[in-house]
Design a binder for this molecule. Structure first.
Ligand code: ADE
Ligand code: ZN
Length: 338
């Protein structure tokens, strides 16, 4: 480990883009499959890992949705979230905003209540036992229709106190933000904040439409924004955060190599980029591994790393006092590391 690597690992951080279903490690997948009498179609956890070679986003999504079949009972959702929260805590994440895909479960006749009660019980334990602050983001699956998202919103509204924002994920190509204009408007009117995946595989126009039509506060990924200078200027002027996930982008073929990843250019352009893990069980690492990979490939400095961490704090859906406290924790850490 270089001294910058040690700095990264020890630093307090926020994570703003992680799908709880994407934290399902092969060993837990097998344990849950056994507990629930489900055949995963794999012989061993090593077989599962070997299958994690993805040509593109859809390749990944097919495997990711199939794996979620092992999640059946409230305790399964608890165990899934608790495993991630312990891992995040061990990597010095002090605030995390976790996405979940209710439709992946309700479409298998798992009750929305089962999903959200298992997740929130783990989040409550993380607060009490680890001092980890958290939020939940309810995502709509964009390959399904808007009526299905409306029904999901109805269910989410019964748990509005547990959910900070709505999001939009799954297959970007062929499912532009416009498709979800009405359900996002209703979610915002009901008091939810909004985020959306855009400019991952899809064009920069999806980023602009997510801002204009869905009125999102943050863009998830947004890496293809760099192709459109006018959009970059707009994102800089409005200080719109982009939750970038470097290992995900390489594993899904958005960029051929980490050396070709635009994160450093985006930071230099003044974009409010943050570093996140997306689906860490599938893409080879949690938040620290993402930071380490970009730091090495793009020759980041400690100042770059600090800027990325501070962007994550600023972009968190937290009151200003709590954001200030996160910055102070980093000030103290930087001073102690000097
Ligand atoms: N769901 C989980 N990970 C995703 C990603 N990277 N893009 C779109 N939907 C997702
Ligand atoms: Zn994502």
């Amino acid at each position: 480990m270089t001294s910058l690597d040690e700095f990264i690992c020890g630093a307090p951080k926020a994570e703003l883009h992680v799908h709880i279903e994407g934290t399902l490690e092969p060993d837990l997948m097998f344990a849950l499959a056994r507990r629930n009498g489900i055949d995963t179609g794999y012989n061993s956890a090593d077989d599962v890992r070997a299958a994690y070679q993805f040509g593109d986003l859809q390749d990944f999504l097919d495997i990711y949705f199939a794996a979620a079949n092992v999640l059946v009972r409230e305790q399964d959702f608890y165990d899934l979230a608790w495993a991630y929260l312990q891992k995040a805590h061990a990597q010095n994440v002090t605030h995390t905003e976790i996405m979940f895909d209710p439709q992946t479960h309700t479409d298998r006749n798992i009750a929305f209540d089962t999903v959200i009660s298992g997740l929130t019980r783990a989040l409550d334990d993380a607060k009490a036992q680890l001092g980890l602050s958290t939020g939940l983001i309810m995502c709509f699956l964009r390959h399904l229709d808007e009526e299905a998202a409306e029904r999901t919103l109805d269910q989410g509204l019964e748990h509005r106190d547990k959910i900070i924002a709505v999001g939009l994920d799954s297959s970007e190509l062929g499912h532009p933000p416009e498709k979800f204009a009405r359900v996002f408007a209703r979610a915002r009117n009901e008091g939810f904040l909004a985020v959306a995946h855009a400019g991952e595989e899809g064009p920069p126009a999806n980023v602009a439409a997510s801002l204009d039509i869905l009125q999102v506060r943050r863009i998830d990924h947004g890496v293809r924004s760099i192709e459109d200078p006018a959009l970059v200027q707009r994102l800089v002027d409005t200080a719109t955060p982009l939750t970038v996930c470097p290992l995900s982008n390489i594993r899904l073929g958005v960029f051929a190599t980490m050396a070709a990843h635009p994160l450093k250019r985006m930071l230099a352009a003044g974009l409010k980029v943050t570093v996140n893990s997306d689906d860490p069980a599938y893409f080879g690492g949690y938040i620290n591994e993402n930071f380490l990979a970009v730091a090495a490939a793009l020759e980041l400095t400690q100042d770059d790393v600090v800027a990325l961490i501070r962007n994550g704090f600023d972009a968190a859906f937290l009151p200003a006092t709590e954001i200030a406290a996160l910055h102070q924790s980093l000030d103290a850490y930087v001073a102690s590391a000097a």
